[in-house]
Design a binder for this molecule. Structure first.
Ligand SMILES: Cc1cc2nc3c(=O)[nH]c(=O)nc-3n(C[C@H](O)[C@H](O)[C@H](O)COP(=O)(O)OP(=O)(O)OC[C@H]3O[C@@H](n4cnc5c(N)ncnc54)[C@H](O)[C@@H]3O)c2cc1C
Length: 330
């Protein structure tokens, strides 16, 4: 069965389609079996730029609400604009990237459209007349498979679970969608602006393909530079456990886990982190996990692909200098 899929475009700080939205296009192209069944939705002052980005990866048909007030309107207002686009484009499935915005959007949109909803989705396939999707549950200890009869669903995807689409430029076919009549409260500025959260000079934590995180095993804030130097040598983002952020060694924007960021890099290095379940849920879907811990029975080793049992104060500097040597960094 060929499904019609609407991908919600979320702008990055630079006003282009975010990596998470591009991954949603990648997932949609797979599920729909090609670009013909995929359409995009773009709204706000960057809608035209987002439509051009959709066209660059083969998605010609884009439903556009060029209404700058949506840049700062509450999510409830944005979702109402999407509902109008849904009524026009008649999708079977709505896909959105697994960002904070995407996770918030999913429930609201599904409620308005009377559809199934799920976040953290890592696989979507056809089942008999329906849609089957899978996602990690219980902190990554199990994978849940769900089927939606008929297939009407709004799904937020797990970051990095789907490939980015290849460049396949096509001419854009925008469909302007007027903003529906909305109560003023749904368009009133909800936020004055958005500041990118940084974790040092390296890549952003949510987008990085390598993350090096430090925990209480570092003993004091003045030792955290060991983690930062290893991260810098690998071109990685820096993360931290909650023990570190609660102690004020690093800001909460560094925190990985249940009450911090969920990351899914290609490589996650946990330095002096015990592996509490609240930390594990935030990094379990990393492709390769390396743990450095002096306690061989630390729970982090249960999820690690490679474990180094020993003193981080010896291992980390040695690893950093070896990485620098191999990569030719002075
Ligand atoms: C509701 C709730 C939400 C939470 N959310 C989060 C969250 O989002 N993220 C998060 O991380 N935590 C979260 N926590 C806290 C979590 O339960 C743990 O307390 C926390 O993750 C522990 O951090 P840690 O591993 O750095 O410290 P510890 O558990 O103290 O572990 C330190 C580790 O360092 C090792 N170590 C010590 N010295 C060395 C050395 N010289 N060389 C090598 N290894 C060494 C030790 O063996 C130990 O395993 C949450 C807790 C609750 C209750």
């Amino acid at each position: 069965m060929s499904r019609r899929i609407l991908v919600i475009g979320e702008p990055s700080a630079g006003g282009h389609l975010s990596g998470a939205s591009l991954e949603a296009v990648g997932a949609a192209l797979r599920l729909g079996g090609g670009a013909a069944s995929v359409a995009g939705f773009a709204a706000g002052s960057t809608a035209a730029a987002l439509a051009a980005d959709f066209a660059r990866v083969g998605v010609a048909e884009v439903y556009l609400t060029e209404e700058p007030r949506l840049d700062s309107a509450p999510l409830a207002g944005f979702v109402r604009a999407v509902a109008t686009a849904i009524a026009e484009s008649k999708p079977d499935v709505v896909l959105v990237g697994g960002t904070t915005f995407g996770r918030d959007f999913t429930g609201r949109c599904a409620a308005l459209w009377n559809a199934a909803a799920a976040t953290g989705v890592t696989e979507v396939t056809e089942s008999d007349g329906g849609l089957r999707f899978r996602r990690p549950v219980f902190g990554g200890r199990a994978t849940e498979t769900r089927e939606v009869e008929g297939g009407r669903a709004v799904l937020a995807l797990r970051p990095h679970a789907f490939p980015l689409p290849a460049e396949a430029p096509v001419a854009s076919k925008p469909h302007p969608i007027p903003l529906p009549e909305l109560p003023p409260v749904l368009l009133a500025p909800h936020r004055a602006g958005v500041e990118a959260v940084t974790t040092g000079s390296g890549p952003a934590l949510g987008d990085a393909s390598i993350v090096v995180s430090g925990g209480r095993g570092l003993r004091a804030p003045e030792h955290f530079h060991l983690v930062e130097e290893l991260a810098a040598s690998l071109g990685a983002a820096v993360g931290a456990s909650r023990a570190v952020t609660d102690a004020g060694w690093r800001p909460t924007s560094f925190q990985v886990g249940q009450t911090g960021r969920a990351v899914s890099p290609q490589l996650y290095v946990a330095v002096g982190i015990s592996g509490a379940i609240q930390h594990i849920v935030g990094m379990i879907s990393s492709r390769v996990i390396v743990a450095i811990n002096s306690d061989a029975s630390a729970p982090i080793f249960k999820v690690a692909d490679y474990g180094l049992v020993g003193d981080l104060f010896q291992i980390v500097p040695a690893l950093t200098s070896e990485v620098k040597r191999v990569r030719g960094i002075a």
